[in-house]
Design a protein around this ligand. Structure first.
Ligand code: GLU
Length: 456
């Protein structure tokens, strides 16, 4: 068996689709699983559409996802260059090789690949012209995911356009030959091209790689394939929203593959260990943004404090609408209080805003509800009076302090909780009141209670 060499071959189109990310991931996983080589090749033959930015989008998305490539742009390798736009000489060389086999001919300025088989002229109703049909033997593809697929090519096809540019089928195959690709793992939308590719491999006397066509990702609602216009289709959205790349990778791995049991959260090392091509489903996978959000939440919850802190800082730095960080230790305490309550990093600014400003809004609806339970002035005054003696060193100590106050006045913890929460945060959702008190500290809590008392 030749060594495993796989490639991810995106075109720089200006966006990085979730489906591309999954194709890249499956290639990367297969390379890591087998100890093979993961090649990145950029299919940039459509020169007008490509810009520097579009290339960077690909490199950045792969890097963010943790899918490092062993050969390709930026890292180099023995089979380069890795941009198709820099490989014109290689395509010319292979065109000469193909010409030498007698399997090409020129017509109307374009160069065609000649299929083998009986020929006849047929009038094509659809195209309203006479075309040459070839009775060729079916091409057999033993697809590692789809199984045996047979396709019949019945017309010669263009490999170099009249403007001199070689077409996708030709450059794709030449690159796979020269880069010694052993396994072509790509989206099922390319299955219809594969018979052409196989015929080109054979005509060039090159070994035909193994093919593995991955099922499509269906859009969340309704029929059809997920397109770039569908919500949640672009990788950069998740990056901007502060999703954890490892959560997205775990989610993508499960779009068409499973570990053989019902586990969902799997460390990447475990996915690498278990991943294999026959394990990929034949049926299409449906995108589910709730599942992705849930996966992200699970990862967030289990993230070590230091990594969470680094991500939170990065997120705040990218969202300057949020008040500037004051004291580092205080910031850390606020973040640790929020971490177990978040679904995603994007909730952080709103969830923690009142920790960083005295100018936080009071939710009028919540206030009306609290006031409806009775005049809170007495409770507020009692709390303020009890603060100096209260122990703020832990959540449990704060709880004891409030409970002792309640007991003294023949009341319950709840009689103080809602009003205190409203006064110090302006709302009725958030971390536990005891955690809030501890982190805000005696002085801030005191000032906030007093200000609210004066205004109520
Ligand atoms: N450039 C092609 C695409 O983006 C890749 C085809 C292939 O993987 O062979 O769909």
């Amino acid at each position: 068996m030749p060594p495993v060499r796989v490639r991810f071959a995106p075109s720089p189109t200006g966006f990085f689709h979730i489906g591309s990310a999954r194709t890249a991931l499956f290639n990367w996983l297969y390379a890591r699983h087998t100890g093979g080589v993961f090649v990145l090749r950029i299919e940039d033959t459509d020169k007008e559409r490509n810009s520097e930015q579009f290339y960077n989008l690909i490199y950045d998305a792969l890097t963010w996802l943790g899918l490092g490539w062993d050969e390709g742009p930026r890292v180099g390798g023995a089979h380069g260059p890795y941009l198709q736009s820099e490989r014109a000489g290689i395509y010319r060389e292979y065109l000469e090789k193909l010409k030498a086999t007698g399997r090409t001919y020129e017509k109307d300025g374009a160069i065609y690949f000649r299929l083998l088989g009986e020929r006849s002229e047929v009038f094509d109703e659809h195209r309203q012209k006479t075309v040459t049909k070839v009775q060729a033997a079916p091409t057999v593809i033993d697809d590692l995911i789809r199984g045996r697929v047979e396709r019949v090519e019945d017309e010669d096809f263009v490999i170099v356009r009249s403007d001199g540019n070689p077409v996708f089928h030709f450059v794709n195959v030449v690159d796979d030959i020269t880069m010694q690709i052993s396994h072509v793992i790509r989206g099922e939308d390319h299955l219809s091209n594969t018979s052409k590719h196989v015929e080109l491999f054979k005509a060039l006397g090159a070994p035909v790689p193994q093919f593995a066509h991955i099922p499509l990702i269906l859009k969340q609602n309704g029929p059809g394939k997920m397109s770039k216009r569908d919500q949640g289709a672009l990788v950069e959205e998740y990056q901007k929203r502060g999703y954890l790349p490892e959560a997205l990778v775990n989610f993508l791995a499960l779009l068409g593959w499973n570990p053989g049991d019902d586990r969902e959260k799997l460390p990447i090392a475990e996915i690498i260990r278990l991943f294999d091509l026959p394990g990929v489903n034949q049926s299409n996978a449906r995108f589910d943004d709730k599942k992705l959000a849930h996966m992200n939440m699970v990862y967030l919850l289990e993230l070590p404090a230091d990594r969470f802190m680094a991500l939170a800082k990065d997120y705040f730095a990218r969202h300057p609408a949020v008040p500037a960080l004051q004291d580092e230790a205080y910031f850390r305490e606020v973040m640790l209080l929020a971490q177990p309550k978040l679904k995603g990093l994007e909730e952080l600014p709103a969830y923690t805003a009142y920790f960083f400003t005295e100018d936080y809004p009071i939710d009028e609806k919540v206030k009306a509800k609290v006031l409806a339970k009775g005049d809170p002035k007495a409770r507020l005054a009692e709390l303020i009076a009890a603060l100096p003696a209260m122990d703020f060193s832990s959540d449990a100590a704060v709880e004891e302090g409030i409970k002792a106050l309640a007991a003294k006045n023949n009341l319950g913890f709840g009689d103080y909780q809602a009003v205190a929460r409203l006064a110090v945060s302006g709302t009725n959702v958030g971390p536990s009141i005891t955690g809030m008190f501890r982190v805000l500290g005696r002085d801030r809590v005191g000032k906030r209670l007093e200000r609210f008392l004066a205004a109520v």
